[in-house]
Ligand binder design. Sequence first.
Ligand code: NAD
Ligand code: SIN
Length: 484
Amino acid sequence: MAKSVYINGRWSDGADDWFEKTNPATGETSWDGQASSPEQVADATRAAREAQSAWARRPQHDRTTILERYAEEITKRSDDIATAISNDMGKTAWEAKGEAGAMAAKVGISIKAQVERAGTSYSEAAFGSMHLTHRPHGVMAVFGPFNFPGHLPNGHIVPALLAGNTCVFKPSELAPSVAHVMADAFAAAGLPDGVLNIVQGGRDTGAALLDGDINGLLFTGSAQTGLFFHKHFAGRPEVILALEMGGNNPLIVWDPADVDSAADIAAQSAFLTTGQRCSCARRVILPTGKWGDQVVEAIVERAKKLKIGDASEEDAFMGPLVSEQAAQNATDFQMMLSKKGGKSLRRLKRMDRGGGFVTAGVIDVTDANDIPDDELFGPLMQIIRVDDFDEAILRANDTRYGLSGGLVSDNDALWLRVHAEMKAGILNRNRPTAGASGAMPFGGPGLSGNFRPGAYYAADYCAWPQASQVSDEATRLGAIGFPK
Ligand code: NAD
Ligand code: SIN
């Protein structure tokens, strides 16, 4: 049985409902324990509160050094991290190792970002000097999603700690194991007790954390949950909310010379991580006519042939979806599209090997009606054929979301239009929509977030600016009309 509450550097058993996670590739139990109770969540928050002012008072250099040591400890544990992630949510070995690498790399990126975006500055003025500094918010609740259960919460926790906040982290209940390895790495790096606390569990545990004594909520997850949190904190401007949500991302493919490259970019955009990336392309928009037909055929060919397997199969491109339920949701979504007039070009199907395994699907929805503007978090590409480029941009922007998007084309003029007109925070040309750089901001308009982009800009929401005018002596101001 797994321990599920980490407070002041010690793990203990949870005291609420039992929950377990099974590996969607093998059906084996990967995590089994009791959720943290509301009292335990309150204890975790209290520990974070008690540790916060001492942590914030330490010189920046100390916090930076501890985080640098954490990066080293993460690197030492990269195999354990990859195994924990693959066992819980089925990620292929190469991707899980990549996630561990991204967690270590996050530290250097965050240190640079903090200096650049949330550091200190000084300038001389007639009265003396002006100082800009940044202050931590206090206690941050961090909610993680299952698809990058290490990398994405780590992307909130590292900048939050660097800035002098303390954290209470609630991992996704669909991928709880990696948090244990993270706790070990932080402890080995010398992070003081209470600076990072962890509570395991689902919505009830999350709800207790929302109602706790927190100064900020750093969230990566679905739009549905993010909207719920946004409403929950309405009227509480003193609580900083950073909401990183999903997308219904478009990719326009328009006449590049090389059909195979176009199909590669589109298929990788849609099927990477079994479609379980927020930045995956969901809608691929192509011109009507022969050239568009060729690209669609090449995409379908790739969907048929890409290798699907578990973490022991080194050459697998896609693993399973996170759970059997997710596999069922994906087939249901496809069925719904078919009922609305979508024409299946390659069906997303549950595979004989069971669990979360599904094949990659491609469905042409050009003539379908009432397609919901929803994110299906799985490997299903919707094809939309249009007669001209104006319509392509209109269809691309026909979404409440705005996370990622792209253009595959050799035509510079079309790229200039897309760059100016497409509504997406991550907007690429001749590159997959997924696979963002940690050295850039990550987020987008609409239902994809609340304009608090993460990754390189996470430093912005982890601290607030304090501007000071400083004169060493109190002197008379001599304002006009003021008594001498
Ligand atoms: P989710 O919203 O279901 O869960 C995220 C976290 O919120 C989990 O820890 C969950 O327990 C918690 N939670 C959910 N409902 C809650 C409630 N009512 N009260 C308290 N806590 C609650 O997301 P998920 O399914 O784990 O992740 C996939 C989603 O995340 C996709 O929509 C994807 O697009 C999005 N995502 C966004 C980004 C980004 O940076 N924009 C990155 C990765 C994933
Ligand atoms: C994600 O956060 O889901 C994916 C980020 C990316 O790879 O673009």
